[in-house]
Design a protein around this ligand. Structure first.
Ligand code: NAD
Length: 481
């Protein structure tokens, strides 16, 4: 399918339309935010078939999987946001130290202005709309750009946003040329999801306008399976997290490090699980997606030439099919361990200890997700303390990103900043500090000429613990114990 692109000369007009809405103060009122989110929700429901058809056309995304991970995910995020947005947007009262009294202190949550969202192809609906939801909830206008690598979905999203009919929520379609033009515009925040190479391009362009960025990136997310793990459950959850969307998931377990004593058992269990999920011939399964394009197909085929194929390994270039595949006996020098796999190839590597596994993880960049399978809580704690990651899940994969009460974001090479739920609202909000003082009283202690008495009073006022801090100290002490 050919890609629809926004004429480059129109891009400044689209951004200007969004900026005009901000300048008119149209996007700030809570009523606009709630109304826009409600209408977006209704349109998402109305356009469900068109979106699911487009996802199937782009890379055979199975319908139930697409609904769960794309539409359902976005609807639940909108519902969570609608339930909380009034509270999040309300001014927040905070304590005022004695020295600065009489006065009261508040944090006001202000929109930033015009937000730019640039999304990738692998979950093209939710990775575009969920950041947009957060930007709208925070009272911003938003200009979003879906990925050119999912062209049918890009068109379906354009139809949805056009139906919204508000220049404050706009879409630009296209690839590198259009995104390059878009990035010359001045935004008040850019959220980019994709790979680290383009993230650097985005950050450089943002620097020209001193625009803050949130970068949602990828990398190799490891799963560590210890000898104490429930192997059948671990195999099922790893296979699900890996082969969902044909492995094209930023937080898919990229590779497994398993204690040697349970290596063979785990490989067999993952193989059994693949058959249970997709039948004896996954190519015939309606529940298994395809690789997005020929470039990625060829890249992944090359990664198969390492170690021993224990499960799967079949490929079909015509339909861009790669079987759910488990490879064993790979080394860290093999290409499959040198880059993010982003496809249905799962290396399972035996290690002699959890410490060795942590050494492997820490030799690489900080991952977006870290998974540990163990029945031993202390072991889980040791893994969490021994290696950092954007997010983590104990005895599970992917699930941590579905909880809107948890932030979603990377660290180091896997990204900067976070969103989802309140964290998205905060990302697109300026937290403005406002102190209001009365003129009825004007204690002289902070004004010159300074005296020894004034100094004593200032010192006491600033160092006297606030009752709220006392309570925080009690709670901290409890945690330390
Ligand atoms: P992609 O090729 O669709 O690119 C993402 C976006 O960048 C697109 O909108 C594209 O138009 C734009 N782009 C591409 N080249 C550009 C350039 N030179 N200048 C400006 N813009 C450009 O997607 P991708 O990068 O292949 O996505 C896969 C990567 O994204 C993986 O590393 C994956 O782990 C990561 N990812 C991260 C998350 C997350 O939430 N952290 C989610 C999905 C994917």
């Amino acid at each position: 399918m050919s890609l629809t692109t926004t004429p480059i000369e129109q891009i400044p007009t689209v951004v200007a339309g969004a900026r005009a809405a901000v300048a008119q103060g149209r996007t700030t009122p809570l009523a606009w935010r709630v109304d826009t989110l409600r209408r977006l929700r209704a349109l998402l429901v109305a356009h469900e078939d068109a979106l699911l058809d487009a996802l199937a056309a782009d890379f055979a995304k199975p319908r139930p999987e697409a609904w769960l991970s794309e539409l359902g995910f976005t609807l639940s995020d909108i519902d969570h946001t609608l339930a909380h947005v009034a509270l999040w947007a309300a001014p927040e009262k905070v304590a005022t130290p004695l020295t600065f009294k009489p006065g009261r202190s508040e944090i006001h949550h202000e929109p930033l202005g015009v937000v730019c969202v640039i999304a990738p192809w692998n979950y093209p609906v939710q990775l575009l709309l969920v950041p947009m939801v957060a930007a709208i909830a925070a009272g911003n206008a938003v200009v979003a750009k879906p990925s050119e690598l999912a062209p049918a979905t890009s068109d379906a999203l354009a139809a949805l946003i056009t139906a919204l009919g508000d220049p404050a929520v706009a879409l630009v379609q296209g690839g590198v040329a259009e995104t390059t033009a878009l990035l010359t515009e001045r935004f008040d925040h850019i959220l980019y999801t994709g790979n680290g190479r383009v993230a650097r391009v985005v950050m450089r362009a943002a620097a020209d306008h001193l625009t803050p960025v949130t970068l949602e990136l990828g990398g190799k997310s490891p799963a560590i399976v210890t000898a104490s793990a429930n192997i059948d459950v671990a195999a099922r959850r790893i296979a699900w997290g890996k082969f969902l969307n044909c492995g094209q998931t930023c937080i898919a377990p990229d590779y497994v490090l398993v204690e040697r004593s349970v290596h063979d058992q785990l490989v067999t269990a993952i193989g059994n699980q693949i058959t249970e999920f997709y039948g004896p011939d996954p190519q015939a399964s309606a529940d298994y997606a395809r690789i997005v394009n020929d470039v990625h197909f060829q890249r992944l085929e090359k990664l198969l030439h390492a170690g021993t194929v224990a499960v799967g390994g079949q490929t079909d270039p015509d339909s861009r099919y790669i079987a759910p595949t488990v490879v064993t006996g790979v080394t860290r020098a093999d290409p499959v361990m040198q880059e993010e796999i982003f496809g249905p190839i799962l290396p399972v590597i035996a290690v002699d200890s959890v410490d060795e596994a942590l050494g492997v993880v820490n030799a690489d960049d900080k991952p977006l997700a870290l998974y540990v399978f163990t029945e031993d809580d202390a072991e889980a704690e040791r893994v969490l303390a021994g290696a950092t990651s954007g997010g983590a899940c104990v005895n599970g994969t992917l699930m941590h990103i579905s909880n809107p009460n948890l932030p979603f974001g990377g660290v180091g090479e896997s990204g900067m900043g976070a969103y989802h739920g309140k964290f998205g609202f905060d990302t697109f909000t300026h937290h403005r500090s406002v102190m209001t003082r009365t003129t009825k009283l004007d204690p002289p202690m902070t004004y010159p000429p300074y005296t020894a008495k004034k100094e004593r009073m200032i010192r006491r006022g600033l160092t006297l613990p606030d009752p709220r801090d006392l309570w925080a100290r009690v709670r901290s002490a409890r945690h330390r114990r």
